[in-house]
Design a protein around this ligand. Structure first.
Ligand SMILES: Nc1ncnc2c1ncn2[C@@H]1O[C@H](COP(=O)(O)OP(=O)(O)O)[C@@H](O)[C@H]1O
Ligand SMILES: [Mg+2]
Length: 403
């Protein structure tokens, strides 16, 4: 902006004649007038446009307010049709046809996750962040395993209850005694010994929010995604204190660099670093406990075992003979078996079997009875089942050797 005429650059040289000066000024005046005209037109246009947007804003604000009043449900967009948008609600899987505003329509495409209100109008489309959260939330449902379903590892059950369940249920007791309850336990041992089961039983027993995540679910292709998921996981736990975070098969993200299949995968490393830093920040994190499980203790990066991370390492071994007997009894509880089943003999026979193996033997024994058109499972069904499973395992070992 020019305030005074002095600052205007004159359109003629100092030494031009009077006549030339006037002509030049006149020419300049004409140009300025034309420009002025043009600007006024533009201003009018802009004003009109502004009015239009103002109206649209009002309409949308109103609509937004209306939509946000009721609780929202999550749905997935199936199809955009001329009649409206077909959505499928999560939870009951019902499809519905719903209308959307022009603006919303441009925003969504099939497979998008959206929030809908009571009358199934789409309120907003959910971005990735909500998506990750929702995925974590989904695994939150309490499984129906109880401690009495687990055989042969009474000591381990006791230890887990003492370190996870008790501090959550009775935090005052630890305060009174003046000790900090352990923040994390790591269950390790051969596959099929009941580690996952044990964590599920804890979930069932405690009122705390139980958040389960498999290590493999934390492994992602995209940079930063795994670490973000770990952050979300702990954030979610903080929001739902008291909470238990269960990371099954933690070796997927916490394997030694040299032995990891994904070794050199910087993304997996970053995910683990994030996990470590979340665990280190635990003390001021309130009532959050972490349970992790692995079949590959030997493979774990020692960093995760440093003090202050997992305070308790609980080995869950294969069951001994008495344990096997107990597990046979557990898995035949709901089966129709002969009266003369000798559980001690079964336990002796299934030498070296894990809990999962015993379950497989029981199921297979049932199959023998079915094939024979009987409803009662006999001792010899169990023996045949054991033979069969042994043979299958040998075949597998052989094929592995030649693979
Ligand atoms: N100690 C056990 N008592 C009873 N059943 C068991 C036991 N261990 C394993 N099982 C059976 O094997 C299945 C797999 O066990 P799981 O807990 O997944 O083993 P893992 O130690 O590999 O996590 C269980 O669902 C259960 O049927
Ligand atoms: Mg498991």
């Amino acid at each position: 902006m020019t305030d005074t005429v002095d600052e205007v650059e004159l359109p003629y040289d100092e030494d031009a004649s009077q006549q030339e000066k006037i002509e030049a000024l006149q020419e300049r005046l004409e140009i300025l007038e034309a420009q002025n005209e043009e600007m006024r037109d533009k201003l009018l246009d802009a004003n009109a446009e502004n009015n239009k947007y103002q109206q649209k804003l009002e309409r949308l604000t109103h609509e937004n307010k209306k939509l946000k009043q009721s609780p929202l449900f999550v749905a997935t967009v199936q199809e955009l049709t001329d009649e409206g948008v077909i959505i499928k609600q999560h939870g009951n899987n019902q499809e519905a046809l719903t209308e959307v505003t022009e603006e919303m329509r441009e925003d969504i495409e099939p497979d998008d996750r959206v929030a809908v209100n009571n009358s199934l109008s789409i309120v907003k489309s959910l971005d990735d962040e909500t998506d990750v959260r929702a995925r974590v939330m989904q695994v939150d449902s309490s499984p129906d395993v109880t401690y009495s379903d687990i055989g042969g590892i009474a000591d381990q059950i006791e230890e887990v209850r003492e370190t996870v369940e008790m501090p959550l249920e009775n935090p005052g007791m630890f305060e009174d005694v003046g000790i900090t309850p352990p923040s994390g336990v790591l269950l390790h041992g051969p596959p099929g010994t009941g580690k996952t089961m044990l964590a599920k039983a804890v979930a069932n027993q405690t009122d705390a929010t139980f958040i389960k995540m498999a290590g493999s679910e934390l492994v992602h292709k995209f940079i930063g995604e795994g670490a973000k998921l770990v952050r979300d996981l702990f954030e979610l736990a903080r929001q739902h204190e008291p909470a238990v975070i269960f990371i099954d098969e933690i070796d997927a993200i916490a394997a030694k660099r040299t032995e990891s299949k994904t070794s050199g995968d910087a993304e997996v490393q970053r995910t683990m670093m994030q996990l470590l830093s979340e665990m280190d920040g635990f003390e001021d994190r309130g009532e959050i406990r972490i349970i992790a499980a692995t079949n590959r203790f030997d493979m774990l990066d020692r960093a995760i075992l440093r003090p202050g991370r997992f305070d308790r390492l609980i080995e869950v071994p294969k069951p001994d003979e008495a344990g096997r007997e107990q597990i046979f009894k557990i898995h035949t509880r709901d089966m129709s078996v002969d009266d003369d089943i000798d559980y001690a003999a079964l336990a002796e026979m299934a030498d070296d079997a894990s809990g999962a193996d015993i379950k497989a033997i029981c199921t297979e024994a049932g199959m023998f009875a079915i094939r024979d058109d009987r409803t009662d499972v006999t001792m010899s069904d169990f023996e045949n089942a054991y033979e069969k499973i042994q043979d299958e395992e040998e075949d597998e070992d052989v094929s592995k050797t030649f693979a």
